[in-house]
Design a binder for this molecule. Structure first.
Ligand code: PLP
Length: 418
């Protein structure tokens, strides 16, 4: 790297002086959590009182949704979610308030149940495109899977590496994917990546793609693009049982009080429904109907998501403005410019991310722990920071970005003078 020591040295002195001012007057800012802001939550407030008339409590004009029944969800919710996920209505199960618990259910079902439970085959390995979603990785860890990190680029995970691994190792049972506005890099899997995942030969006969479409309708711009449908691609490739597609309304209406869904082949959803039948008589159908009446159809949903985008876009724009002002053309930092989703990803110089996050912490700016988006929190390059700007006010975000820029410059210069 081309470092001209002297000017950088002087710059470092100025940066440290500025930093010390912050140390004397620390802030209290937190951009660690990918959660909606209060004004986003307000967008769905009307939904809460939407069921009023006696007929509002009837599904398909016949079923009383206040009572037990409809284990796999009401027809109206299946219609709505099948358009979101791009499946047939018969291929969908409507869950409770969390898609993560549906993912856990799928994995434990694959692990212990069915005619070829993974557990029978010995130790299990799982492919973990990284950086990725920390809760995917902690779930895999909890279930005892050995996690294999796979690098990501702007098209998705490194398919050459994946194809090479899965064709020779029967203990590799699956892969995590966040195909649209990936958490945290914001990329969209290319058609080529989707097709290769769908048709790659795998030594494990029961290889599984965990397709977490958490951000499938979360666009920030008019330029709406989503990853190709993995269920359709797998069917075409002759592996209909390979994918499971998930989504929820956690970041459409209310996190923790939304509705989730999973879509897969008819055979897979029948197996999952059987498993579910031992756990519950049915999920919250009142909430399903509230969501159906509030979100309506694809068009109405898009209008609602547009309102989210109106609140969120200025925050994402501000981050780009601040980073461009400070780092455009610099060798200290590269960053993502996502067109949807909830995060911006920073790639720092190797070996700097942890120190940057620690120095931010000292001045009262909390960002996600460096490396948190890697299996077991371990990023050997120590170069990854995730920004989650959605829940903070613009003025706070502006202050946080000034501090983030300062710490990145200060730490990177310091580390590279050693
Ligand atoms: C990729 C991804 N999947 C799933 C979730 C959580 O979804 P749910 O609230 O439906 O469990 C999140 C939340 O941040 C996420 O980023």
């Amino acid at each position: 790297m081309n470092f001209q020591k002297k000017p950088r040295n002087q710059k470092l002195i100025f940066l440290e002086e500025e930093y010390n001012e912050y140390v004397k007057n620390p802030m209290n800012l937190n951009i660690t959590r990918g959660i909606p802001s209060e004004d986003q939550l307000m967008l769905s407030e009307k939904m809460l009182g939407i069921l009023k008339k006696p007929e509002d409590f009837l599904s398909n004009n016949t079923i009383d949704i206040r009572n037990y029944g409809e284990l796999t969800g009401i027809l109206e919710a299946k219609k709505l979610f099948s358009t979101i996920l791009g499946s047939e209505m018969e291929e969908i199960i409507i869950g409770g308030n969390s898609s993560l618990s549906l993912m856990y259910l799928v994995l434990t079902t694959k692990l212990f149940m069915g005619s070829t439970p993974w557990k029978k085959d010995g130790p299990i390995k799982f492919l973990c495109p990284s950086p990725g979603y920390d809760r995917h990785f902690s779930m895999a860890e909890k279930l005892g899977f050995e996690m294999i990190p796979v690098e990501m680029d702007e098209n998705g995970p490194n398919m050459t590496k994946i194809e090479r691994l899965v064709v020779q190792d029967a203990s590799i049972k699956g892969i995590w994917c966040v195909p649209t506005y990936s958490n945290p890099t914001g990329i969209i899997y290319s058609d080529e990546v989707v097709d290769r995942l769908a048709k790659m030969p795998t030594k494990a006969s029961n290889f599984t793609i965990m397709w977490d479409n958490a951000y499938v309708v979360h666009h920030l711009t008019e330029d709406v693009k989503v990853a190709k449908n993995i269920l359709k691609a797998c069917k075409k490739a002759g592996y209909p049982e390979r994918p499971w597609m998930f989504c929820s309304t956690s970041k459409i209406t209310f996190p923790g009080a939304g509705v989730s869904a999973v879509a897969a082949s008819g055979k897979n959803t029948a197996m999952l429904a059987k498993e579910l039948s031992y756990q519950t008589i049915g999920f919250d159908k009142l909430n399903q109907m509230r969501h159906v009446k509030f979100l309506g159809n694809r068009k109405q949903l898009a209008k609602h998501m547009q309102k989210h985008a109106t609140i969120l876009k200025p925050k994402f724009d501000l981050i780009q403005k601040k980073l461009n002002e400070r780092f455009k053309g610099s060798d200290l930092l590269t960053w993502s410019d996502p067109k949807g989703g909830y995060f911006v990803h920073l790639t720092t110089m190797d070996g700097c991310a942890t120190k940057i996050v620690e120095s931010l912490d000292k001045i009262g700016v909390k960002v996600t722990k460096a490396g948190a988006t890697y299996p077991k929190g371990d990023n050997p390059k120590d170069n990854s920071i995730r920004l989650a700007p959605t829940s903070v006010e613009l003025t706070d975000l502006e202050q946080a970005m000034d501090a983030i820029g300062l710490c990145i410059e200060m730490v990177s210069l310091k580390e590279n003078m050693k």
